[in-house]
Design a protein around this ligand. Sequence first.
Ligand code: ZN
Length: 306
Amino acid sequence: MAYPGSVRICDVGTRDGFQIEHDFIPTHDKIAIIDAIVAAGVRKLEVTSFVSPRAVPQMADAAEVLAGIDKGPGAEFVALVPNLRGAENAARAGARSILLFVSASETHNSTNVNRPIAASLDCFREVMALAVHGAISTSFGCPFEGDVPASQVAAIARQMREMGIRHVALGDTTGMATPPLVRAAVVAVREACPDLAIALHFHNTRALGLVNVVAGLELGITEFEGSIGGLGGCPFAPGATGNVCTEDMVNLMHELGIETGIDLEALCAVARRVEAMLGRQLPGQVMKAGPRTRLSGLDCAVRAVG
Ligand code: ZN
């Protein structure tokens, strides 16, 4: 199986992960974590979102976070916005890349943003003056409607492409993707819009996150989203595991001989720092076990016979 020679990894932990944290994370801590992720070699991050501070108090400091991060290394910083007002606020705060999202299922879209899919897409048209990335939530299944037809995902992608969007992330919002569903969605979107760049965003809710990443690699996908330490969760399944963990994914890529440009040990150190900051264990695994080639002392062996 020929995999791509290199991939781009986008970390979404400080947006997709932090947004469900109950206690407010101080702005300077958010900035320090983003700077550390960039210093480890990550070159694309979904840093924050310009949503209603009433709905998501954790993101109330979006403008300050965007202003405070180190722009030096030349990473792409993406801000998520739900509507025109959010996009205007993001632009005012200096955001150059914004991410607009819509769900592939009507029920999820109305639960999430209280409007039909068509209205969400209309709002995209209003903000196309900015560098816009699109994201389609529930691309591989909806917690309310169940299976989402790949043709529905492709139809939304086609409308985005017709508006001028060139990059779309297919999101597995509640961890319902499986390798066959990944293949079906990617093939359908490619057929509908051959020149649209596709990124894949999986959640590890049912332990298939990295398996789905491999399915994406086999299809030639070269951009994947993850979150540092495996931050994040699923609002409809309390306690469920969050996004695919960025370090675990980087470890997989390196073992497959795929370049990421990321220093795995440095990224694991950032994940442990986030863990200490939040005061609870995160689901990431390589951050605990270390890379495969890290050797243990012999004294561990007598206790490890299982
Ligand atoms: Zn996510």
